[in-house]
Design a protein around this ligand. Structure first.
Ligand code: ADP
Length: 226
């Protein structure tokens, strides 16, 4: 089987992280979230973390060179051998260009899934989002609430609001998406990557099922060509 690179694309709050968590199990590949990687560096307080903390707190993107380096190193790790899901990357046309070269050098053909969700739904989701600081599970105060209020179903940790889910930061993240990330869609179309557009305002497990079908279908076509 060829090495999978599944790019999950969509605005903040479109459900990329939730989908990646389902799909990494179904597809048995690694989950690469640049947001999670950057947050871990901020938490560790190393020099990269100190460099990007302010930008992240403000809802702005961190420099392309920084994220590109992280991703280049990450996909060399052993758990990416059979494939990986990119969640939150690429987020600018320059990142997409770098990724294209990188994948070509490894003879990996990416697939793109665009999770489309209405702007008002996104704003409501992000402002009601809660995160487990221990296992990373995501909850929503409206739709996917935990069994006991504000406590993680899996490990009992007290849930928190992510620093950049505060309302004014959410609006800046959505502006950054419109300005810098939305143009990446045209780039993907221009280079001809197989593309699935999907309504992200549905039951998460059903959406994951549709994405898995798309991936499995494309893999069959890919293998038949060899
Ligand atoms: P969301 O998609 O919900 O905004 P993420 O966890 O993907 O959340 O990203 C959080 C923050 O991390 C972003 O607002 C940005 O500051 C930074 N970040 C993550 N991925 C990238 C990237 N590919 N390029 C630049 N900045 C990024």
């Amino acid at each position: 089987m060829s090495r999978l690179c599944l790019i999950l694309f969509g605005s903040p709050g479109s459900g990329k992280g939730t989908q990646a968590k389902f799909l990494r199990q179904t597809l048995e590949v690694a989950h690469i979230s640049t947001g999670d990687m950057l947050r871990a560096r901020v938490e560790s307080g190393d020099s990269l973390g100190r460099e990007v903390a302010g930008l992240m707190q403000a809802g702005s993107l961190v420099p392309d060179a920084t994220v590109n380096r992280l991703v280049e190193d990450r996909i060399e790790q052993a758990d990416c051998e059979h494939g990986f899901i990119l969640d939150g990357y690429p987020r600018t046309v320059d990142q997409a260009r770098l990724l294209k070269g990188l994948l070509e050098s490894k003879q990996v053909n990416p697939l793109v899934v665009h999770l489309k969700v209405d702007y008002n739904v996104i704003v409501a989701r992000l402002s009601g989002r809660r995160l487990c600081p221990t296992c990373g599970a995501l909850y929503s105060v409206t739709s996917a609430s935990p069994a006991a209020a504000e406590v993680c179903d899996y490990d009992g940790s007290k849930l928190m609001v992510r620093e950049d889910d505060r309302e004014e930061v959410v609006l800046e993240r959505l502006r950054a998406y419109e300005r810098q990330t939305a143009p990446v869609l045209d780039y993907f179309r221009g280079v001809g990557y197989p593309f699935l557009e999907i309504d992200g305002d549905g039951q998460p497990q059903a959406i994951a099922g549709q994405i898995a079908k798309f991936v499995e279908g494309r893999e069959k076509i890919g293998n038949a060509k060899v």
